[in-house]
Design a protein around this ligand. Structure first.
Ligand code: NAD
Length: 485
């Protein structure tokens, strides 16, 4: 075992988890036994919440201009430790080193945004009647929780950590039990950056501790990122307990390809979108709808896909169970009459035989009723459907229950505008395969890809992590009495 038994991080220290329920952490890269993860109990959570509650009065009273100084230093530490963080992320998640480097770079951008918060959270003040002023200010909530998935071991945690904490909250994070290593380094870097003990805490575990977070009387707000089924359950449970909750779920993103699309650029973007992070992205292109004569573009997509070599420029999926699930989807589509143009099943990577690799897969002549057209596959697989008109393509996109992203590839501005208007998704791309809005724009889908109000990053997150205090004051003894005083 390379890293030993994993600990929680509570009140600035790593603390052993006393639990009989222990999970094994296996690297999907090559099957190396990385670590043991004991699953926290309610008592572990209570300890973390107590530490966060104790830290909250001083941290929330620290002026925001001082609070963000921690994140300026944290940003420098992310830069300094980028190679090491990227290597660890790849080891536990299986993505390529280049993808992990990009992930840490995104963490740096997220932190830069948090450093700009003092410029964005100024309140309002107005003399509402003679000598009487109304003023608003954005106030921290208290102890908040962030529950995160496996596919971005550092980026998704950093969607919430810098903003929530810079805004004055104290946080409990519940990492994915599949990738528990990177977050420990994040805790160390936050401490080194000067974050006071207790402001940031890690509680490891699985569904049991997630339920305990939803039920905990001293946690004010919960952000969740993961699959739709769990997002719904967490949203229901947290709001049933009268907590503020924002829960991001899964996705099935459609790329609409028109015959006038630039062939090379379109093929490269679509292939990169479906295969980046081995397709384990909530923004991955998973379904393509070709409108009319697009065979020349599909040929190029296949050629691009064949350039991907598992274990070299295509990382692994998260585990063997995931590999088997993805391969079942491909086989089922084939049995139902779809045509496998590029087949990623039964891949073996020399020297990494125990890794969880799926090769790039292009499936053509998929019909909208097939599982590969409807369900989130979370692997390097693209399912291609064909329509005669753009409206038919939009009808397919609109009918899918998710709504994270949709993209159109065309050189026709009118058609692009039409798709922006008609697609039922929160993030739309025009000639972009992964239309993630960059800071200060916010990230968040629609429909069954997100439950709750607002988005998780950017300016929108400010509303989620704060509450408004309104004060009305009169210091002028001469001010006349009117209807309001
Ligand atoms: P997951 O839903 O299995 O797990 C997410 C978190 O929920 C983990 O911390 C896990 O421990 C916890 N959890 C799992 N089962 C639970 C249960 N029954 N009750 C309570 N908690 C439970 O998701 P995952 O497999 O880690 O991540 C992949 C999913 O996340 C995909 O569906 C992907 O689309 C989605 N995702 C969405 C976004 C987005 O922005 N919408 C971003 C990243 C990932």
């Amino acid at each position: 075992m390379k890293y030993g038994r994993i600990k929680n991080f509570i009140n600035g220290e790593f603390v052993a988890i006393e639990s009989q329920r222990i999970l094994e952490i296996i690297s999907p890269v090559d099957g190396t036994f990385l670590a043991e993860l004991p699953c926290s109990t309610n008592a572990d959570l209570d300890e973390a919440v107590l530490a966060a509650r104790n830290a909250f009065p001083a941290w929330s009273k620290t002026p925001i201009k001082e609070r963000v100084q921690v994140f300026y230093r944290y940003k420098s530490l992310l830069e300094k430790h980028l190679p090491e963080l990227a290597a660890l992320g790849s080891e536990e998640n299986g993505k390529t080193l280049g993808e992990s480097v990009a992930e840490i770079e995104k963490c740096i951008e997220l932190t830069e945004f948090a450093c700009s918060l003092p410029q964005l959270v100024t309140g309002e003040i107005l003399e509402v009647s003679k000598g009487v002023e109304c003023r608003t200010e954005k106030v921290a909530l208290g102890v908040v929780a962030s529950i995160v998935p496996f596919n971005f071991p550092t980026m998704v945690p950093n969607w919430t950590i810098p903003n929530a904490i810079a805004l004055g909250n104290c946080m409990i994070i519940k990492p994915s039990e599949k990738v528990p290593l990177s977050i420990g380094r994040i805790a160390e870097l936050l401490k080194e950056a000067g974050l006071p003990d207790g402001v940031f805490n890690i509680v490891h575990g699985d569904a049991e501790v997630v339920n305990a977070i939803c039920d905990h009387p001293h946690i004010e707000a919960i952000s969740f990122v993961g699959s739709t089924k769990v997002a719904q359950a967490v949203y229901r449970r947290a709001t049933q307990n009268l907590k503020r909750c924002l829960a991001l779920g899964g996705a099935k993103n459609h790329l609409l390809v028109l015959p006038d699309a630039t062939p090379d650029m379109t093929a490269q973007n679509i292939t990169a979108s479906m295969s980046g992070c081995a397709g384990q992205r909530c923004m991955a292109a998973s379904a393509m709808v070709g409108v009319g004569a697009v065979d020349h573009i599909i040929d190029k997509i296949c050629a691009e896909a064949k350039k991907l070599v598992p274990g070299e420029n295509l990382g692994s999926v998260i585990n063997q169970a995931s590999k088997e699930r993805i391969e079942r989807y491909i086989t089922e589509a084939e049995q139902q009459g779809a045509k496998i143009l590029v087949d990623g099943r039964n891949v073996k990577v020399p020297g990494k035989e125990n890794g969880a690799y799926v090769g790039p897969t292009v499936i053509d002549y998929v019909t909208p009723d097939m599982a590969v057209a409807k369900e989130e596959i979370f692997g390097p697989v693209i399912s291609i459907m064909r329509t005669k008109t753009l409206d038919e393509a939009l009808a397919i996109e609109n009918a899918n229950p998710y709504g994270n992203a949709a993209s159109v590839f065309t050189q026709n501005g009118g058609a692009a505008r039409y798709v922006i208007e008609k697609a039922s998704a929160g993030m739309i791309g025009v000639n972009i395969g992964v239309p993630v809005p960059r800071e200060p724009f916010s990230f968040g889908g629609w429909n069954e890809s997100k439950f709750g109000v607002g988005d998780i990053t950017g300016k929108s997150s400010i509303e989620f992590w704060t509450k408004l205090k309104k004060s009305t004051t009169k210091w002028n003894a001469e001010a006349g009495v009117n209807w309001m005083s």
